[in-house]
Design a protein around this ligand. Structure first.
Ligand code: SF4
Length: 403
C-alpha cells in the first residue's frame, strides 16, 4: 500500500513525470544538505524541546532555548561536514544572527507559555482518507509541529514556517495542509475538543495566520486530496501496464532546477549528439538541422496564412461589390461562392424540435475537440473514458524560439 504525503502530492501536481522519476523509477536524488534545511530542523527541534519542557512544567529561560538551538545547529553542521554549501555569499553568521533574533522575539512574545496546554509536539500522523468507505487504501503520513489546547477546549494546530517567502493572498497551500491535519485531529481527539483552530507562525516575519477550521472546509479538503490520490493511483496503474505517458511531463518554471532534466523527455535531447538522417535520394541531413528547417517552414506558413486571409477579404469584398462569381489573371482563376453556417438561437429548443422531427441523430455529432476537452478537464473518469471513447494517436509539432 502506498502512503502519501503533501510533498508527494505537490510534486505530482507540479510535474507527474518528476513524481514518476522520484517515486517509481527509484531515481531518488542524492540527499542534499543546505544551511536552510539545517536551520529548519534546528529551529523545529529547539521549539520542540522548549514545549516539551513547558509541558512538564519546567519552562526554560530564553538563554536556554538559544543554547539548545546552537547545540542542534552545531551538531547538524558537524554531521553535514563538507557536503554543506553556502550559496549567494551567505555565511554561517548570517543565519545565526537572524535566527537568534527571531527566536528571541518568539520567546518574548509567547512566554511564560501559560495560555495553552501542549497536547503533542512533532507528532507523526498516520491516517486514512477513505475511512468512511471502510477501505484503508488512501493512507496519508506527515508530522504535525505542535498541537495545543486552550482553556475553551479549542485544539490548535501549530505550524512553524522558517522560509523568507510569505505566501501571497490566494495561495492556500499551507492552509489546505493544516485543514487536512484537522481531519486527523478530529479522528484522534474528537471526543475532547470543541473546535479546531490552525495557526501558521511565519517566524521570519513575526506574522501569525490563525483561523478556525470548519467542518465544511475539512470535508472539501478530504474530497480534494482523495481525488488527487485517485489520479495518482490511476497513473500508477497505467504505468504498471507499461503505458508510456502514464505520468506526463509538465513544463514549468522549476524545470531549470529539476535534477531529472537529463533523463526528462522534454530536455534530454539537449544532451544527445546530432545524428544523420537519410531521406533517400532526396537529401541527407542531420536531425538538428531539420528542427530549424521545420520551424522556419512553420513560421512561413503562419505568415502566409495571415497574408492569404487578408487577400481573401479583399477579393471577397471586390467580388461582392461587383457581383462576380469568378476572377481571372494570367495563371489562375478563382471562383467565389458563398455558403452559410447556422447556429442555434436556443440550443434546448432546437434539440426538442429535432427530436420531434426525428432528425436529432443527424445533427448531434460531437466534435472531437469537445470530447478531448472533456478528457483533459477530467470531467470523465478513466472508467468512463475506457467504456465510451476510442483513443487514437495525434501528433503535433509546436516550434518555439529557444531562450
Ligand atoms: S524537467 Fe520539468 S518536465 Fe522534466 S521532469 Fe523535471 S519538472 Fe518535469
Amino acid at each position: 500500500m502506498v502512503v502519501y504525503s503533501f510533498s508527494q502530492i505537490n510534486l505530482y501536481n507540479q510535474c507527474p513525470k518528476k513524481y514518476q522519476f522520484r517515486y517509481l523509477d527509484g531515481l531518488e536524488r542524492e540527499f542534499e544538505t543546505s544551511p536552510d534545511l539545517i536551520l529548519w530542523t534546528s529551529v523545529h527541534w529547539a521549539l520542540e524541546w522548549l514545549y516539551q519542557q513547558v509541558s512538564i512544567l519546567n519552562t526554560p529561560i530564553k538563554a536556554d532555548v538559544l543554547w539548545k538551538f546552537h547545540q542542534l545547529w552545531n551538531d547538524s553542521i558537524a554531521e553535514a561536514g563538507e557536503k554543506l554549501i553556502y550559496k549567494w555569499d551567505q555565511h554561517e553568521d548570517d543565519y545565526l544572527r537572524r535566527w537568534e533574533k527571531y527566536l528571541e522575539s518568539y520567546y518574548d512574545k509567547y512566554s511564560p507559555f501559560k495560555d495553552t496546554t501542549v497536547i503533542a509536539t512533532e507528532s507523526m500522523m498516520n491516517f486514512s482518507l477513505d475511512k468512511n468507505t471502510g477501505s484503508e487504501s488512501k493512507q496519508f503520513r506527515w508530522i504535525i509541529d505542535r498541537l495545543d489546547k486552550d482553556s475553551e477546549w479549542n485544539f490548535i494546530i501549530n505550524d512553524y514556517k522558517t522560509n523568507k517567502k510569505l505566501p501571497p493572498e490566494g495561495d492556500d497551500e499551507y492552509r489546505e495542509q493544516l485543514t487536512l491535519y484537522a481531519y486527523w485531529v478530529q479522528q484522534k481527539y474528537g471526543k475532547y475538543l470543541k473546535n479546531i483552530k490552525a495557526r501558521i507562525l511565519y517566524l521570519h516575519f513575526d506574522i501569525t495566520d490563525e483561523w478556525e477550521i470548519s467542518q465544511e472546509s475539512i470535508d472539501n479538503i478530504v474530497l480534494k486530496y482523495t481525488s488527487a490520490i485517485n489520479k495518482i493511483e490511476n497513473s500508477r496503474f497505467d504505468y504498471n501496464m507499461w503505458v508510456k505517458d502514464a505520468f506526463p511531463t509538465n513544463q514549468n518554471s522549476y524545470c531549470k532546477y529539476c535534477e531529472y532534466q537529463n533523463v526528462c523527455p522534454l530536455w534530454q535531447h539537449l544532451n544527445i549528439e546530432d545524428e544523420m538522417i537519410n531521406g533517400g535520394d532526396l537529401w541527407e541531413t542531420t536531425i538538428k538541422k531539420l528542427i530549424d528547417q521545420y520551424a522556419e517552414y512553420a513560421q512561413k506558413a503562419t505568415e502566409a496564412t495571415k497574408e492569404k486571409d487578408a487577400i481573401k477579404d479583399i477579393i471577397i469584398d471586390y467580388a461582392e461589390k461587383k457581383w462576380l462569381e469568378q476572377l481571372f489573371w494570367e495563371k489562375y482563376k478563382i471562383s467565389v461562392s458563398k455558403t452559410y453556417n447556422y447556429s442555434a438561437k436556443d440550443l434546448n429548443a432546437l434539440k426538442d424540435f429535432l427530436k420531434e422531427k426525428n432528425l436529432i441523430d443527424e445533427a448531434s455529432d460531437i466534435p472531437y475537440y469537445k470530447i478531448n476537452a472533456l478528457v483533459k478537464n477530467e470531467k470523465l473518469s478513466s472508467q468512463e473514458i475506457q467504456t465510451y471513447l476510442d483513443k487514437k494517436d495525434s501528433w503535433r509539432l509546436s516550434p518555439w524560439k529557444k531562450d
